[in-house]
Design a protein around this ligand. Structure first.
Ligand code: PLP
Length: 310
């Protein structure tokens, strides 16, 4: 089931009336950028997690690609809240802002073409990736280097590699793919960042190892310190370190925080979900629903008492 309304170029329209031409440039060449934002229902209110950070990243992505977003961060946050109200959402959901070149041209370029901005919303529970633990495989597909594709921008066309990697992993009997970069260092999973623990230190690849600068990743920097009282070091990670790790987790907006229980059929942490990872998972979820007093600045409340047009 999908919610009935979407936001398109400044207006709320019925889902079936939100159209993009089959000749649209973005459909053919992946010339677009997008975000994913979770909204949580706590039984009485809807809360959007890190909406400001996501729209700030979307602005940066648009800048890298040379597109005009056309809306301020605050306008996009407000439009997202309005969308939640308009659809009368009272469950956990996922907002999908998308900026795509809509002009009908065969020319491969990013300049002088009209971007179309939409925000769609769909129900989303907590099992985008199994929160109890995933079996990973190191993919034969590499993460594209920044020289070939700006990973810092969340580019629609950049997802063909992760899609191939994910399908390969599923075909091989795993749940998720871990991609190496062109230097052979661990980059990230298909749609999530990775943290690896040895003792009381967590390691995560630095931004220059061709990862997306994940917003959940930055939240975990804070929570590993505040909840686990352990430290995080950004440094390149070798493939064999994955096999030797005491604990590994994946994190992302859709994934949230997920324990890795094996890599290439080698058990991690004895083959069951790591306690620290589960603690981080619980804490982030409680913060997202405002059931934990930490980091209220990460969430924006959707005022459901306002009218649909507010
Ligand atoms: C390739 C990739 N890496 C990492 C992430 C995690 O980023 P975030 O925590 O901002 O959702 C995502 C999800 O957006 C992703 O698609």
């Amino acid at each position: 089931m999908q919610f009935p309304y979407v936001f398109v170029d400044g207006e709320f329209v019925a889902l079936d009336d939100a159209r993009l031409s089959v000749h649209a440039n973005g459909l053919h060449y992946g010339t677009g950028t997008f975000e994913g934002i979770r909204a949580f229902w706590d039984g009485g209110a809807m809360w959007m997690l890190a909406a400001v950070d996501h729209y700030e990243r979307m602005h940066r992505s648009a800048r890298i690609l040379g597109f005009q977003l056309g809306y301020s961060v605050q306008e996009l946050v407000d439009a997202s809240a309005q969308l939640v109200r308009k659809n009368e959402v009272r469950e956990d959901a996922y907002l999908r802002p998308l900026l795509v070149l809509g002009t009908e041209t065969l020319q491969v370029r990013v300049h002088d073409l009209k971007p179309r901005l939409s925000i769609a919303i769909t129900p989303m529970g907590l099992n985008y990736i199994d929160p109890k633990g995933v079996r990973c495989m190191v993919s034969s597909w590499r993460r594209t280097p920044d020289l070939a594709l700006p990973n810092r921008a969340k580019v629609t066309g950049g997802y063909i590699g992760p899609a191939m990697a994910k399908s390969e992993a599923l075909r091989c009997g795993a749940d998720e793919a871990i991609m190496l970069n062109m230097d052979g260092h661990v980059a990230e999973a298909s749609t999530s960042n990775i943290f690896v623990r040895f003792g009381s230190t967590w390691y995560t690849p630095p931004l220059h190892d061709d990862i997306l600068e994940g917003i959940t990743r930055s939240e975990l920097f804070a929570l590993i310190d505040e909840v686990l009282h352990e430290r995080v070091v950004e440094r390149s990670i070798d493939r064999s370190e994955l096999y030797a790790a005491d604990e590994i987790l994946l994190c992302g907006t859709a994934a949230l925080v997920v324990p890795v229980i094996s890599v290439d059929e080698r058990a991690i942490g004895g083959g069951s979900a790591g306690e620290r990872t589960l603690n981080l998972q619980r804490t982030l979820l409680a913060i997202a629903r405002r059931q934990d007093p930490r980091h209220p600045e990460w969430t924006v409340k959707v005022d459901l008492s306002l009218s649909h047009r507010a």
